[in-house]
Design a protein around this ligand. Sequence first.
Ligand SMILES: C[S@@+](CC[C@H](N)C(=O)[O-])C[C@H]1O[C@@H](n2cnc3c(N)ncnc32)[C@H](O)[C@@H]1O
Length: 394
Amino acid sequence: MKSALDPVKPRCAVFGICGGCSRQHFAGDAQLHEKQTRLQRQLREIAGIEPECYELLPPVRGPQWNYRRKARLAVRFVRRKGGVLVGFREQRGGFVTDMNACEVLAPGLAELIRPLRVLLGSMRAREYIPQIEAAVGEAADRPFHPEAALVLRHLRPLEHDDLNRLAAFAALWNLQMYLQPAGADSVHRLYPRHGPERLHFHLSGFGLRLAFHPMDFLQVNAAVNRLAVKRVIDLLQLESGDRVLDLFCGIGNFSLPVATRCAEVIGIEGSDEMVARARENARANGLENTRFVSADLYRWNTGAQWAAQVYTKVLLDPPRGGALETIPLIAAGGARRLVYLSCNPESLARDARELRRRHYHLKSAGVMDMFPHTSHIESVAMFERSNGPPSAQK
Ligand SMILES: C[S@@+](CC[C@H](N)C(=O)[O-])C[C@H]1O[C@@H](n2cnc3c(N)ncnc32)[C@H](O)[C@@H]1O
């Protein structure tokens, strides 16, 4: 891996303006090296863990382009530009980037930017549509064949003409079109009118197919996600008798593959909708050794039934804020091994310091190239409990 940030020619015409990417001018190897260095620095400076104390894992990496299967696109009618802009916000100023294509959106979404500009520009409500949530899955019976969904936020009711235009667009591009007139719970599907409101992806290697709603959390990069699942399974060193606690489990992206290799998985997640999806996914894949519970993991869950149980292994995949509040529970549950996925090295390092205080020592860590061409660092770390005295629960 190269150590210098070697400059390369950015591929995208709007690189430097668009806020979707910030690093196209460095080679992929150099970007990963820089992310690895930043991860190690945070672990040293915040947690006091020197690089010699743990193994540096080889980076998990996937394709550099057309990887992004979930995105929030901003929309803006700009009269002086003669129509509607659809894209990521600019790096500075918050305006919508004037773009017609995107090098990082996944197939199924990348080709929609220009047609969406034309469609939205033709609508009566064009000044009242601020954003589109876009997601792409894989056709139910054809892994890797894209099947997209768009969720259109609109600030006033849409007239029949506009609804017809949207439905015709969805039919033409073979995608699902949803409307969002108010908050997240107002989302409903316009097209098609029948069938489950779901997209899917496959976890090949585990024989699993997961369903999700376009508003669900989804690991952005399908290829890196598949490799991340494999890395997590390897790091957990699962045995048939293991009981695994999966905290921040979402729709069961890690819980289900883990469940194929151990006795039982208990998944905990804050969103009731995603808990329902995780159960649905377990049922659809014939996995009876899973249980999913809804809980706010940023509160102390000491009284919860699931928290009072004993687990042999724990998996943690929190949002940016980290998982400090869960550490007393993990320590009290007595798990021997903990795998921590993180989208923020700062909170990971803070939590690593607290874990060490409770006899969990960092054994290995590495970066995952979930968001190439951005400064975002996704990482994985494995901790093992030493034979110190069991930690008391707060
Ligand atoms: C980084 S995602 C990981 C999801 C899942 N592990 C996956 O791979 O798809 C973090 C998850 O934490 C959930 N979450 C956010 N805040 C939470 C909270 N306070 N309590 C429990 N879960 C929360 C989100 O809904 C999301 O599903």
